[in-house]
Structure formats: C-alpha cells, structure tokens
Design a protein. Structure first.
Length: 56
C-alpha cells in the first residue's frame, strides 16, 4: 500500500517568540542605531562611555 503525499504545504505562521527573521532584523537595527548614537554623543561631549557610567 502506498502512502499518499500532501498536494500543498501548510502555511505556518511566524513564531511570536524566539529566534525568527523579524526579531533578528529588528534587534540588529536597534543595535546599529544605538551604536551610532553612542558615537555621536561621545564625539559631541568629548567623554567616553565609561565616563557616563561613572567608571572612569
């Protein structure tokens, strides 16, 4: 007896939590924006990140 194969693939929704393409893309963009803003603030104030945190 042969097994029947499905004719169409089920459409699965993206997971709302965990590692998925949307979450990774969003986190990457937020990290790039934060890094650039940190560089701009350091250039404008003349103080580094450690000075802001009170560790220097």
């Amino acid at each position: 007896m042969t097994q029947l194969q499905p004719t169409t693939n089920p459409k699965l929704s993206q997971p709302k939590f965990g590692f998925n393409n949307y979450a990774e893309r969003l986190n990457g963009r937020a990290a790039m924006i934060g890094f650039v803003l940190t560089l701009i603030i350091e250039y404008a104030t003349g103080q580094g990140l450690l000075s802001w945190l009170g560790l220097n």
